[in-house]
Design a protein around this ligand. Structure first.
Ligand code: ATP
Length: 238
């Protein structure tokens, strides 16, 4: 079986600085795959390249059987790859409902869009309760929910989440992680970038540890969760 996403020897640079130095990994349909690692390891750069926001220096990206190199970002969304970026980037003056509508900007099926908005409100009831409120009035965690809900509105084949737990209270973080688990159980394929290695590995089928632009360790979420070097470096154990 070919994977939904295949990344081979991907290299990305900002000017002369190579931030991603030849990484390879794949995501099978229905899997949750996580990239973990310290600040500056190149995780966000990898997601931005997969979305078409950055052009790679080298390597291959295949999504759903098609090469992605050189394909513009809006076409990549249309192919089924959605990105919920770090720092959220919701539209603060627009209402919650309007933000969700914008996530469906490539779709024309009004009934399907309405059904997916209802689904977002089921996943995140707080968004439904506040649907007509300006999105900027939501808390950080609620804005994260909105960003995830909006990314889902394109009905993606692959959902990429960049640090969904960043800056959230432990309770909010737990809620976001529960939602990711729920999406997984509904069959959504997810590529998850997280600083919170414990939470990410607990959910993931596969994990990859990145350090200064390279993947230094790969394995099942379970294996990495119990790996001594991972526990020391990322789970705060001596
Ligand atoms: P973080 O969790 O801090 O976002 P990360 O693993 O996602 O870390 P990246 O944001 O991908 O890491 O950064 C990888 C490297 O690229 C870092 O050394 C960073 O300083 C550098 N970098 C990121 N964005 C830019 C940019 N716009 N211009 C120049 N260098 C950049």
């Amino acid at each position: 079986m070919t994977a939904l996403l295949e990344v081979e020897d991907l290299r990305v640079a900002y000017g002369k600085i190579e931030a991603v130095k030849g990484i390879s990994f794949s995501v099978e349909a229905g899997q949750v795959v996580t990239l973990i690692g310290t600040n500056g390891a190149g995780k966000t750069t990898t997601l931005r390249t997969l979305s078409g926001l950055l052009q790679p220096l080298g390597g291959e990206i295949r999504f759903d059987g098609k090469p992605l190199r050189g394909v513009p970002a809006h076409k990549i969304v249309a192919l089924g790859l959605a990105h919920s970026p770090e720092g959220r980037h919701i539209f603060p003056r627009l209402s919650i409902a309007e933000n969700l509508q914008l996530g469906a900007f490539l779709r024309k099926d009004a009934d399907g869009i309405a059904a997916d908005i209802r689904h977002a409100y089921e996943l995140f009831p707080i968004l439904g309760e506040r649907r007509n409120q300006a999105a900027g009035t939501l808390s950080g965690g609620e804005q994260q929910m909105l960003a995830m809900g909006r990314a889902l509105m394109s009905r993606p084949k692959l959902l990429m989440l960049d640090e969904p737990s960043m800056g959230l209270s432990p309770i909010m973080m737990q809620k976001i992680m529960q939602t990711i688990a729920e999406l997984k159980s509904q069959g959504t394929t997810i590529l998850l970038v997280e600083q919170n290695a414990q939470a990410a590995l607990s959910l993931a089928d596969q994990g990859h540890v990145m350090e200064i632009g390279k993947i230094v360790l790969s394995g099942s979420g379970e294996t990495l969760l119990h790996d001594e070097s991972v526990r020391k470096a990322y789970l705060g154990e001596d």
